[in-house]
Write a protein that binds this ligand. Structure first.
Ligand code: ADP
Ligand code: F6P
Length: 469
């Protein structure tokens, strides 16, 4: 029987599962649940102590096979911390200024992709389908093709794809982008990302796209946008149940009558947390009537802590929180509660439901699932208000949110005041539009649309989002 093999850098093993923030896991599980036979392949999350742990091992759980390999310390530093997270991550988020390129890291990145390909090939059957996720694994299709694999291979980029003017700042960009040509289907979060990619192909590689496809000597490659969704109804039900949990009730009790503003993000510079805190400070400065009447809860588990840019950010956010609390706090009021730990999805859903305002203001984000989860969690009869960055992929679908420029403190500060004062009728009508948008494109549809295209022969048009909305 043909298997669907999903490949991502990190695999969440069913045993010894630790809470971790990140949007990929739910999406992958949804994809695997649609196939009669499925395997999730990638890194175990461990750095190998014994060399034999570099050989992939397979375990089965709930009808899914998990095949994982450890990484050596050198691989972890060069591939994950180095090229993936200090070069590709900043560049894909338009931050060429933060990219730290080194040839060692590039060769570590290529080496791990080759290692993954070899370990994967051992279990490949001729009619399997392979779906590769995210920027860690751009060259994987070519690495597999070089080993003689002819299966259909799809790729989905969870991050933004920047305009070619930024991408060409990456040394050896042509080599990496040519590696994308080993895929049969390439998916992006938004029509703008797909457009940026197609413009790169035409201008830099001389491969214009027609009818959502381009042709190389070896294959016909389809390119399209597949905006990733959340488990809308399931998340809504979970939030409805969890609002009555002790944990949520205790939190509400600790607030007194204050309204709750919430932010939930990994500690990552792309999320714009320092700018957001500064905008909250601007709001307090310009709206003294709200002082002592709101609490801003920012839940931010640490992420990629070995990387210097993340350590700098950690200090900046901590210092900004301290500054705001020191300047505006009272003996009985702390304006910002800052928490660095992960929570279960259920706990987050309950907190979202109780928050009158959500601040989702990334400087750049492929999609941002927190925005969609917040919408799903609201009580339709008394919903909260989403303040959403114009630079999040989610803004293309969530037009009824208060859309802001995250760099503009007055704009975000005024949006907070507007959200807190918004009449119930307006909150309800905005929420209905938002909920309908995310229900129409939930996570199961996302996986279905991608897989149905991957699993059929190349055709043009029909059933997917065009390159330009
Ligand atoms: P990214 O993938 O860049 O981290 P997304 O917003 O797309 O950003 O996805 C983040 C996912 O991680 C969401 O599903 C969110 O609920 C989850 N998450 C964020 N913060 C936490 C946290 N403190 N505890 C647990 N999960 C979290
Ligand atoms: O696309 C965002 C992403 O890189 C996902 O792959 C992952 O879910 C999340 O960020 C967390 O990143 P990491 O695996 O580096 O902790």
């Amino acid at each position: 029987m043909a298997k669907l093999i999903v490949v991502s850098n990190r695999v969440t093993l069913p045993e010894g599962r630790v809470l971790r923030a990140g949007g990929l896991e739910i999406a992958i599980k949804s994809a695997l649940s649609r196939a009669p036979a499925g395997m999730w392949f990638g890194w175990s999350g461990k750095v190998a102590v014994q060399p034999q742990a570099l050989q992939a091992r397979t375990l089965a759980h709930d009808g899914i096979l998990y095949r994982v390999t450890d990484l050596s310390e050198e691989d972890f530093n060069e591939y994950y911390n180095g090229f993936a997270n200090r070069v590709l991550w900043p560049i894909l988020h338009y931050r060429l200024d933060l990219a730290e390129f080194s040839r060692h890291d590039l060769s570590g990145y290529m080496r791990v992709n080759t290692h993954f390909a070899r370990q994967l090939r051992q279990v490949l059957e001729p009619d399997d389908y392979i779906w590769v996720h995210d920027y860690h694994l751009i060259p994987l299709a070519w690495a597999l093709r070089n080993l003689g694999c002819t299966q259909r291979i799809g790729f989905f980029l969870h991050t933004p794809f920047p305009p070619q003017e930024i991408l060409i700042g990456l040394p050896n960009h042509e080599r990496l982008m040519r590696d994308m040509l080993g895929y049969d289907l390439i998916g992006f979060q938004t029509a703008d990302d797909a457009y940026n990619f197609s413009r790169y192909l035409a201008r830099q590689l001389g491969l214009p796209i027609h009818d959502f496809t381009f042709r190389t000597d070896e294959r016909t490659v389809m390119v399209a946008a597949f905006p990733v969704g959340v488990e809308t109804e399931k998340f809504a039900r979970m939030a409805q149940r969890t609002q009555h949990a002790h944990f949520v009730k205790n939190m509400l009790k600790s607030l007194g009558n204050r309204k709750l503003i919430i932010g939930v993000d990994r500690l990552d510079y792309s999320k714009g947390i320092t700018y957001r805190l500064q905008a909250f400070e601007r709001f307090l400065l310009n709206n003294p009537q709200w002082r002592s009447a709101v609490t801003y809860l920012q839940i931010t588990p640490k992420s990629r802590t070995d990387i210097p840019e993340y350590a700098v950010m950690d200090r900046d956010v901590g210092a900004t929180v301290g500054h705001i609390n020191g300047t505006y706090g009272e003996v009985d009021w702390t304006p910002v509660r800052y928490v660095n730990r992960p929570y279960s999805r259920a706990a987050l859903s309950g907190l979202f439901r109780t928050a009158r305002v959500a601040l989702v203001t990334p400087l750049r984000d492929g999609m941002n699932l927190v925005a969609k989860e917040y919408i799903a969690a609201q009580d339709p009869e008394d919903p909260g208000v989403l303040i959403l960055s114009q630079f999040a992929g989610a803004a293309q679908e969530c037009k009824a949110a208060l859309i802001v420029n995250p760099y503009d403190q007055d704009n975000v500060g005024n949006a907070i005041a507007q959200a807190l004062a918004m009449p119930l009728d307006e909150r309800k009508s905005r929420h209905k539009l938002l909920y309908d948008a995310i229900a129409k494109n939930d996570i199961s549809l996302w996986a279905e649309r991608f897989l149905s295209l991957l699993m059929r022969d190349p055709v043009s048009g029909g059933g997917f989002v065009p390159l330009r909305a």
